[in-house]
Design a protein around this ligand. Sequence first.
Ligand code: 13P
Length: 251
Amino acid sequence: MRQKIVAGNWKMNKTFEQAEDLVSEIANKIDDNEPDCEVIVCTPAVFLEMASDYADESQIRTAAQNVSEYERGAYTGEISAEMLASMEVGFCLVGHSERRKYFGETDEVLAVKTERLLENGIIPIFCIGEVLEEREAVKHFEVIENQLNKGLFNLNKEEFSNIVLAYEPVWAIGTGKTASPEQAQEIHSFIRKLIEKKYDAETADNTTILYGGSCNPQNAKELFANADVDGGLIGGASLKADDFVKIIQSF
Ligand code: 13P
């Protein structure tokens, strides 16, 4: 079901104490002021239990930043979808560009991770986006189409209805260079058309597509005002409760 969502991707930031301060501050602020969207915090895995405790008492939902492609067993250091589900984690990022770039995650591995999450009732927030050279060479449409074909379009319609998408142009991540509202809308509507072509109009219309990349309290309103932008996946600005809550209030 299409939803408005603002999700904060904390990446590899905060100590336990800082993480608890941040999540409790966000919880207090949004509980005082009913948000018009789902609010998700994608914390480092070691903080998920703490964040889930706050989620039980507030409107915050929790997401993991990564999951293993393996089900269970001798995979030292890995965290399975089953483990996340047992901690009542509702969402998990898949295919963030940093995982693709620094950890060599291929579309094929991401497709398996997505399956593991769906088997365990966790909603994947599947990230796609082009790098600067691809945009400059006007290859961004092709890149996005390939990422969807290889990573997600092997799912049947029912499985796909549990996916949240995040368009994150890599050149906009952590750079302060946001996609313009027109650029974001252009790609989001292109993504929706691809979903319609693969599945049908109803599935396309029901898919939540978030924008990510230097989204902040100043530009969020304009970005979220686009017909095909259903919210944001926020990096840097999600690490300060005030900024994150201002973004949430942009709806
Ligand atoms: P920034 O908001 O810091 O650009 O990061 C975006 C992002 O990568 C969210 O997943």
